[in-house]
Each structure stands twice: as structure tokens, then as C-alpha cells.
Write a protein that binds this ligand. Structure first.
Ligand code: NAG
Ligand code: NAG
Ligand code: NAG
Ligand code: NAG
Ligand code: NAG
Ligand code: NAG
Ligand code: NAG
Length: 419
């Protein structure tokens, strides 16, 4: 989500093929057959279209799914991870947002949209009473744009934007959704935003796109002194001319990376039954992965995530160019769905969508796919392992019982006592 206006000009600049400072090191995905399969492996040629593309993708799914299961079983679904300095650790659960209690821990934002969307963000009581936010009997969390009200041209459509009360400084954030919003004129995002003055405490856009795009875009926005370096990730840098993530460059565009996979956003992602987005933020940097449903790794499903087993991320901000602890502070987790505005509005004419964005907003049936259907959002924190059970208790706040027993079990199993 751009918190401030990016100029329309930007979207023109971004389309130019370029060789700039960011292109001096290749950011192209490398082929490593030993890596766990992930989205780009089943991405299809850009020349494929329509049903041929979808049919092709579906036919690849069972194979990819089996691959993942076999690989996960071979490696074990839980194991220690290692910091660059050799410290071993686990990711243990800190917060679970799901089901009936989901909205207890999110505040509804009902001010005007800073990205100039043609949207009215409703407060909690209106969201609940008008069916824009609710939890289903089978515990799916729904947040959506209004798809029942006809509007005159130029009117604002109701929608929701929520922000977690808890703020984070590092963590592993794993979102599991059946569907993410999309559609002509629709601009959703799942992102985190620093407390205090934007952009000095940073913004991390994990899932974001417009219209019926199929490629997710990951973007960082920061104060000065943060640069995206083309390290090992599979996505494509949006603007190769300028990898400065700060707001004083590039008309606030930040530094973005587009996922290679066609199943990372919009119709194709939803058609797979959605999937999982993961963002890892620690002193080693910030990285994002996405997995459509059949490719979700077993360790994620089991609640024992081990990002080092997931292969290269789709996007990563390396600490060599950007200090992940000083540029990103006190982050809340945000979901929103806006319409038109700085991105979906300014790109509408070239999007292939019919009419104008304002016309598109009139008919509620254009927004049947503008919905989040969320299974869980889990936040994990690092648990340093020193080899002694007593060291498993975190200095700040002790892990829950399940995390504690995980650590015990792992220590026992590594010494052969359980096996
Ligand atoms: C290694 O890095 C981690 C994370 O910054 C830190 O907590 C730990 O103390 C470091 N360990 C050593 C042995 O330097
Ligand atoms: C929520 O919004 C509605 C519609 O704007 C308004 O009437 C109501 O007073 C608001 N409720 C609260 C608690 O702010
Ligand atoms: C982050 O939050 C803490 C605790 O509320 C506060 O003391 C600190 O000033 C905040 N930092 C920034 C940069 O806003
Ligand atoms: C990229 O990965 C290769 C192979 O694993 C490694 O040798 C190299 O250091 C990595 N580069 C960066 C910038 O992390
Ligand atoms: C800019 O960041 C680098 C590394 O991320 C750090 O060493 C340097 O002190 C920072 N400079 C300023 C002015 O904050
Ligand atoms: C909603 O999604 C379905 C299934 O992909 C698609 O057929 C339909 O055209 C979409 N409707 C809109 C308004 O985007
Ligand atoms: C609105 O969208 C939801 C899906 O989010 C769908 O179940 C419902 O039927 C739609 N309502 C109308 C009136 O089209």
C-alpha cells in the first residue's frame, strides 16, 4: 500500500526496460534443482493465455504438491534454523489471529484513504451490521468491499481497513487465505506499517496488486538510508533504475519486487484455493514467500515453520543495504481493500478493464471477488536455542506450553532419546 501518493508518471517509468544500478547484479531466478519447488517452478510462459494457461497450471499442481510432501518428509518438518553467526533457533508461535476472536485484536480504520481511493472505510459497527466483516460458522474471517449497493457515478464504495492493536519489531508472519480480493478497479493489500511518522518507521507490503493482475508485488517504503540490493530472490525488481526504498525518491514508490508466479495474485491465486504468504523480518533482513494451496510446505501446515527449507524467497531486503531493525519499527498488521485511487485509478486506462474506474464502481456485481477469506494469521517469534532446556524460556516473555514442549521434544529427538 502506498501510504502517500505515488505519481502516475512512475507507472510509465516502471515499464521501461532498463539497466541501472540495480541491474548490475542479476536478479534473475537461478535454477537449482535441489531447492524445494515453489511458485516460480510452475509459472507458465507469459505467452500462454486464458483457459490454456489455467489448464496448464492445474495439470502441474498434483506433481508440485507431491514433491513438496516428499521433500518435507525427507527433511523432517521441524528443525533448527541458524543465524549467520551460527546461533541456532526455532520460530515459536507468538500470536494467532483466527476465527471468532479475530476482530477483537484489530481496530477498524475509518478515516479517508491516504491513497486517494474512491472508498469509504467504515467503522466496526457499520462493518458488522452491513456484512462487510464477519466470521463464518466454519471460522473463516471475511472482509469485503460492498457488493450489494448500486452507486451513482463518482460515489464512494464502502469497504474495510483493519489494523492490529499489537505492534511488532521483527517476527515471522504467516497468512493463510482461501481467497484474496481482486477485480477491475480493486486494490487490496496485506501489509505492515510502522508506528509514528510515515515513512520513517517503514512499511512492508506483503500482498498487493490491482485489477485482475496475476503477479503479486512486494514493496518496502522507508525513510532515508534503505536500498534494495539484488540478492538471492526469484522476483523481478520493479524499477531497476532506482533501488532506493525511501520516500524522497521515485514519487514515494518505494522499492518493489514483482513475483514471477502467475498464481500469486488475483484470479489464478484464488482458483487454486488461495494459499499462504509468509514474511520473515529479523536482523538477517526481510523476506517474503508465497505458496498457492497445493504447494504450502508441511512445516507451515504443522505450525513449525522453517523458512530456511522453503528455497529462495520471492523478494528480500538484505541487511547490507538496509538495516531491518532501524528502518522498520513498531509495525501493525493491516488488511484493506480500496478502489481506484493512486494505483488502481491511475493505471485503470491501461489495465484492459472496461470503461472508467468511476463507472466500474457503480455496479455492485463488479465486486463479488473483492473479498478476503482468511483461515489464520499467525505470528511467530525467534526462540534462541543454546542446547539447554532452561535456555528455551525467552527473556522477555516465556513461550506457551506447546512451544515449550516442542523445544523439549526437539532437544530429546536430536539426542536420540525419542527415536
Ligand atoms: C548471533 O546473532 C543473534 C541475533 O542477532 C544474537 O541474538 C546472538 O547473540 C548472536 N550470537 C553470537 C554468539 O554472537
Ligand atoms: C459508525 O459509522 C456510522 C456511519 O457513519 C455512524 O453513524 C456511527 O455513529 C459510527 N459509530 C461509531 C461507534 O463511531
Ligand atoms: C515504538 O513503541 C515504543 C513502545 O510504545 C515507544 O516507546 C517507541 O518510542 C516507539 N518507537 C518509535 C520509533 O515510534
Ligand atoms: C546467493 O546464493 C549463493 C548460493 O547459495 C551464495 O553463494 C551467495 O552468497 C548468495 N548471494 C547473496 C548475495 O546472498
Ligand atoms: C545507513 O545504513 C548503514 C547500514 O545499513 C549504516 O551503517 C549507517 O550508519 C546508516 N547511516 C545513517 C546516516 O543512518
Ligand atoms: C469473479 O471471479 C470469477 C471466477 O474467477 C470470474 O469468473 C468472474 O468474472 C469474476 N467477477 C468479477 C466481477 O471480477
Ligand atoms: C457478494 O459477494 C459474496 C462473496 O464475497 C457473495 O457470496 C455474494 O453472493 C455477493 N452478493 C451479491 C448480491 O452478489
Amino acid at each position: 500500500m502506498y501510504s502517500q501518493l505515488p505519481a502516475f508518471l512512475l507507472y510509465t517509468v516502471l515499464l521501461l526496460p532498463s539497466l541501472g544500478p540495480c541491474a548490475t547484479v542479476s536478479a534473475l531466478p537461478s535454477l537449482n534443482l535441489n531447492l524445494r519447488p515453489r511458485l516460480p517452478k510452475v509459472s507458465l510462459p507469459a505467452t500462454w493465455s486464458g483457459s490454456a494457461r489455467d489448464a496448464g497450471l492445474s495439470s502441474l499442481l498434483p506433481r508440485a504438491g507431491a514433491w513438496v510432501k516428499r521433500a518435507a518428509a525427507a527433511s523432517g518438518s521441524s528443525s533448527f534454523e541458524y543465524d549467520r553467526n551460527g546461533t541456532s533457533f526455532l520460530w515459536v508461535i507468538q500470536d494467532t489471529y483466527a476465527g471468532k476472536t479475530f476482530f477483537d485484536r484489530f481496530g477498524f480504520y475509518s478515516d479517508s484513504d491516504p491513497t486517494h481511493g474512491t472508498v469509504t472505510y467504515v467503522n466496526q459497527s457499520t462493518a458488522f451490521s452491513s456484512g462487510l466483516a464477519y466470521v463464518t460458522d466454519d471460522n473463516k474471517v471475511i472482509m469485503k468491499g460492498d457488493n450489494t449497493t448500486w452507486l451513482p457515478e463518482g460515489a464512494y464504495r464502502n469497504s474495510v481497513r483493519v489494523s492490529s492493536y499489537t505492534q511488532y519489531n521483527t517476527g515471522l508472519f504467516i497468512l493463510d487465505v482461501d481467497r484474496a480480493p481482486w477485480g477491475c478497479g480493486v486494490w487490496p493489500a496485506f501489509w505492515t506499517l510502522g508506528g509514528g511518522q510515515w515513512p520513517y518507521t517503514g512499511e512492508i507490503d506483503i500482498l498487493e496488486g490491482v485489477h485482475d493482475n496475476q503477479h503479486n508485488q512486494v514493496t518496502w517504503h522507508t525513510g532515508p538510508n534503505c536500498t534494495l540490493t539484488p540478492t538471492n530472490f526469484t522476483g523481478t525488481i520493479v524499477d531497476n533504475l532506482d533501488c532506493d526504498c525511501s520516500n524522497n525518491r521515485n514519487s514515494n514508490a518505494g522499492c518493489g519486487v514483482t513475483e514471477w508466479s502467475r498464481a500469486s495474485y488475483g484470479p489464478t491465486f484464488d482458483a487454486q484455493g488461495g494459499g499462504v504468504f509468509a514474511m520473515k523480518w529479523d536482523d538477517q533482513g526481510i523476506a517474503v514467500w508465497s505458496f498457492y494451496r497445493a504447494a504450502v510446505p508441511a512445516d507451515v501446515i504443522n505450525g513449525t515453520p522453517n523458512p530456511s527449507s522453503w528455497g529462495e524467497p520471492v523478494a528480500a531486503l538484505d541487511p547490507s543495504g538496509c538495516d531491518p531493525l532501524t528502518n522498520f519499527v513498531n509495525h501493525s498488521i493491516i488488511f484493506d481493500i480500496t478502489f481506484c485511487g493512486d494505483w488502481a485509478g491511475n493505471s485503470y486506462a491501461t489495465s484492459g478493464c472496461p470503461g472508467t474506474c468511476a463507472e466500474r464502481l457503480m455496479d455492485p456485481s463488479n465486486f463479488v471477488n473483492a473479498s478476503w477469506i482468511i483461515n489464520t494469521l499467525k505470528v511467530y517469534k525467534k526462540q534462541i536455542i543454546t542446547g539447554q532446556v532452561s535456555a528455551a524460556a525467552a527473556p522477555s516473555s516465556p513461550p506457551g506450553p506447546s512451544a515449550f514442549w516442542w523445544v523439549i521434544a526437539l532437544l530429546l529427538s536430536t539426542t536420540g532419546l525419542l527415536l
